[in-house]
Write a new protein. Structure first.
Length: 362
């Protein structure tokens, strides 16, 4: 599992996810948040897993995508025109991108290194190699995003605001709770439950970074459908879950645009400590919900990073690598991964009095 150390230590990673120390943790004691075999974590940082070199030439030898909404608009309508015949046509195509085939070049990642997980257990001709040399990495979405500044750090608008709003919107308050845990170093069998919380994230003294030790009530009103169960194990301090066939992960990236991602064969690989859980959420992401997620940004914002929505859609369709449509045979999902950092939190269960849960660390 040395890929996890690469994710958080290599200079090529898009953004630093904090300087947490992963010292081994034995069985729980009075100072440990692991009590009664349970420990919770709330998502604090999230980025699409984009491997990048300082100058970008290795993964993007042809450069960075330059055909954004403004550039394409000028090419299509050099002499202008009525709003109905120009702007509304393009905005309509954003909503229904399949109505017109791809028209403009879209630069895809050319390198063979990517951050991610071997989802299918195979090594194929289109697979990547991880930064530490693991073969068979599946991350088709990286082919679409790796040469677009929006998804690259640290200045990319998609990366910046998708993470910035993560802590602002309660809609995004995704949590995991491990139960049946004997210790955080090695445990052959643990249960993992995904919840959505209802409360603000506890922030550190700087007012930006999430701090461990907060508490979260479970959203049982609007979040019941988000309660999901996984099984896993802990090896050398890393939580590895079995894939779950269908999963939902909420991630709102702009005001008034709540969005959820539909993920097939989702699994977690997270390095654990008493205060943090950091690593990857990986699986096959549904093309339609990925596109809908991206349209959480208005064309105005997408133009900052020259991301044209219809061309982005067709790039995803070209690179989709799993779950073929039974009628057309076209793949409907892209392998990918989200690099996440989670802070330890005490999850308050509705069936237990809050005072009892706080007193016991639960």
């Amino acid at each position: 599992m040395s890929i996890l150390s690469k994710i958080f230590g290599a200079a090529s990673v898009c953004a630093a996810l904090g300087a947490a120390s992963f010292s081994p943790v034995a069985k729980a004691d009075e100072a440990s948040p692991l009590r009664d075999g349970r420990i919770g974590f709330v998502v604090a940082v999230a980025h699409w897993s984009v491997y990048q070199t300082p100058d970008g030439k290795k993964e993007c030898p042809q450069g960075i995508n330059g055909n954004g909404p403004r550039e394409i608009f000028k090419t299509l309508y050099p002499d202008g025109g009525t709003m109905e015949e120009t702007m509304l046509v393009r905005q309509g195509l954003n909503a229904f991108p399949a109505d017109h085939a791809a028209q403009f070049p879209y630069l895809e990642t050319q390198g063979n290194i990517a951050i991610g997980v071997n989802l299918d257990g195979k090594v194929g001709p289109r697979d990547f190699v991880s930064p530490d040399g693991e073969e068979g990495i599946d991350n088709a979405f990286y082919r679409v995003t790796g040469c677009n500044t929006g998804f690259r750090g640290p200045e990319g608008q998609v990366q910046l605001f998708a993470n910035k709003y993560l802590r602002r919107f309660t809609f995004n308050r995704m949590m995991i709770e491990l139960s049946g845990v004997e210790n955080l170093v090695d445990d052959p069998s643990v249960d993992v439950t995904i919840y959505r919380g209802r409360d603000p994230v506890l922030l550190g003294s700087g007012g930006e970074d999430a701090a461990p030790g907060g508490s979260q009530r479970i959203d049982m009103d609007y979040g019941k459908d988000l309660i999901q169960h996984l099984h896993g194990k802990i090896e050398d301090g890393v939580l590895i879950t079995d894939p779950v066939k269908n999963a939902t992960w909420t991630w709102q990236i702009e005001s008034n645009h709540p969005r959820s991602l539909h993920i097939r064969d989702m699994r977690l690989q997270l390095r654990l400590s008493p205060t943090m859980a950091e690593g990857l959420l990986a699986g096959y992401f549904d093309v339609d919900t990925l596109y809908d997620w991206t349209l959480g940004y208005a064309t105005h914002h997408l133009a900052y990073d020259r991301l044209d929505a219809p061309e982005f859609y067709w790039a995803m369709r070209r690179n989709a690598d799993a779950y073929p449509d039974p009628q057309t045979g076209e793949n409907t999902a892209l392998s990918s991964a989200i690099t996440i950092s989670m802070s330890q939190v005490f999850i308050l269960h509705p069936e237990e009095p809050a005072t009892d849960q706080l007193a016991s660390g639960q």
